[in-house]
Write a protein that binds this ligand. Structure first.
Ligand code: D5M
Ligand code: FE
Ligand code: ZN
Length: 510
């Protein structure tokens, strides 16, 4: 390869991972004849705040060969879960390794007092601030910028703050005004419209999001002109941690079954059950051996419920909610026993509406066979070491309503925003009601292998920084409400995950 080709290959590798590379750093890499493997190692050693890779980053990444660089890599990925490398002979002797890693069920501390909200938001702020502080930027408390102490801040000096967004609007002149708040005070900041790239990022900020800002103070010290915005984000994960396709079993992800609704698609659902039982009536599912399916996850709205919205009873085929669960249990009890079923609730289920929601109650659980695992919403489960964050996804409605460029047809985009801001329901006070638990259970602490949501009744699947992001659609055709709102559901499709390689196939039962 000539130097020019080598140049562009290296630049391309860094660009794909979201970095720019300094020309001197590029020369060092070329002199060292760096392989893509070595470049990956360097990228893994980079701190999340790095945008431009300089010679110092390369030196640290190259130092001490692979032994020390793999240690750096461990450190930078320490907050990720890792799927174990699997034994290819495993499939001949399936065993199940199902663990509930986190779940609010039976852990709720919330009794509904106003003071609990203060603790709840303080917990959110503190934990998200910690994630931002990992970037080696020296963030300062807002009170240190107050007028009285402004003499301590040199004019035009760059300062960095972490704040929860408390107000956000566009000024008469078209600039973005963002008021932020930390535990010591509030401060006004501004993103000028002339900085197009930064302005677009500022337009994606949401109320209550915890964000890092770097900027320059105005002459009177009362306003910060923002030069950079940092989200808590998730680190980039390398695919080499995964196993071979087929080296482990499969998990099927579904949601929004809505048993009891008169728009529940029973023929399609029965076709799905028949397929799980080894039937062959699907057109396009031939490449999947249903004998390899070990887990089935339901991300909420198992039944349609009752009294969820006005006049819902006119759209029910089963009026009594417990009869709806009995019918659901009848279906689920037909699933072959080698498939472990995990059920998490949604806003149509009979648990409290405020999130986090606990698992379904005992009188419902008893209708199902005893091995079914009921978890809350959200919950993290480990299926053979693959950590799946299950969240019904009610906040997706709020994210779509608030953020530019989001639409129901593409549900994974708002889910990616959840990962960037490390919170499942970042906007407080819209559709999602939050139970003020002392610990914020909707915060994305550990990074999952899979984020699985439902709720919006459309299907989507993508990979974001190594995390598989899946929305698993519905088994309900368009309701009257959805017709009025022009929401077009994409029913009767399921996501099948290979638990070794994390490859995902979407298959249809329409
Ligand atoms: O929600 C399915 C989708 O339809 C989800 O995006 C919300 C939207 N939806 C459904 N009914 C309503 C009402 N009454 N108000 C607002 N938005 C609604 P699901 O949870 O399955 O009903
Ligand atoms: Fe639903
Ligand atoms: Zn829902």
């Amino acid at each position: 390869m000539n130097i020019n080709d080598q140049n562009s290959t290296i630049i391309e590798l860094f660009a794909q991972a979201g970095y720019q590379i300094d020309p001197n750093a590029l020369s060092i890499l070329i002199e060292n004849n760096s392989s893509p493997g070595l470049i990956n190692t360097i990228m893994d050693s980079l701190d999340e705040s790095v945008l431009v890779v300089n010679p110092e980053h390369i030196r640290i990444g190259l130092s001490g060969t692979f032994v020390s660089s793999s240690i750096t890599q461990e450190a930078s990925l320490s907050e990720c879960y890792r799927a174990p490398v699997r034994d290819p002979d495993y499939e001949d002797e399936w065993t199940w390794d199902l663990d509930v890693i986190s779940d609010i069920t039976d852990q709720s501390t919330c009794v509904g007092e106003i003071g609990e909200f203060v603790d709840h938001f303080r917990d959110r702020f503190t934990r998200l601030s910690e994630l931002l502080r990992n970037r080696n930027i020296s963030f300062r408390p807002i009170e240190s910028l107050s007028r009285r102490t402004t003499g301590l801040v040199e004019g035009r000096e760059e300062v960095s703050l972490i704040g929860m967004v408390s107000d956000i609007r566009t000024s008469k002149n078209g600039h973005r005004m963002i008021e932020i708040e930390d535990t010591t005070g509030t401060f006004r900041t501004m993103v000028l419209k002339k900085n197009k790239e930064l302005f677009d990022r500022a337009m994606k900020l949401m109320l209550d999001e915890v964000v890092g800002f770097t900027g320059t103070l105005s002459d009177d010290g009362n306003l910060l002109f923002i030069n950079d915005i940092m989200l808590p984000e998730i680190p980039i994960r390398r695919s080499t941690e995964l196993g071979e396709p087929g080296s482990s079993g499969l998990a099927v992800l579904i949601s929004d079954v809505h048993v009891g609704s008169d728009t529940f698609l029973e023929p399609e659902w029965l076709a799905f059950l028949e397929w799980l039982n080894g039937g062959t009536n699907t057109q396009n599912n031939g490449s999947i051996d249903v004998g390899d399916i070990k887990y089935l996850v339901v991300a909420g709205d198992l039944v349609d419920g009752i009294g969820i919205y006005p006049d819902q009873d006119k759209e029910l085929s089963i009026i009594d909610v417990y009869d709806q669960y009995r019918k659901a249990a009848e279906y689920f009890n037909q699933i072959p026993e080698h498939i472990k079923v995990i059920i998490s609730p949604g806003n149509h289920d009979v648990v409290r509406q405020a999130e986090p929601q606990p698992a379904l109650p005992d009188n419902v659980k008893q209708m199902f066979r005893p091995e079914v695992v009921f978890v809350g919403n959200p919950a993290v489960v480990s299926m053979d070491g693959v950590h799946t964050l299950i969240y019904h996804g009610r906040s997706i409605d709020d994210l779509i309503a608030t953020l530019p460029g989001m639409k129901y047809e593409d549900p994974v985009k708002p889910m990616i925003e959840m990962l960037k801001c490390r919170h499942l329901s970042p906007i407080y006070g819209s559709k999602v009601s939050i139970a003020p638990e002392r610990t914020d259970h909707l915060l994305i602490d550990k990074i999952p292998d899979i984020l699985h949501c439902g709720h919006v009744h459309t299907v989507g699947c993508t990979t974001y920084r190594g995390v598989k992001v899946v929305n698993s659609g519905t088994w309900q055709s368009q309701t009257e409400f959805q017709r009025r709102m022009n929401l077009q559901p994409d029913p009767a499709r399921v996501a099948v995950v290979d638990l070794g390689s994390l490859d995902i196939k979407i298959i249809s039962f329409k």
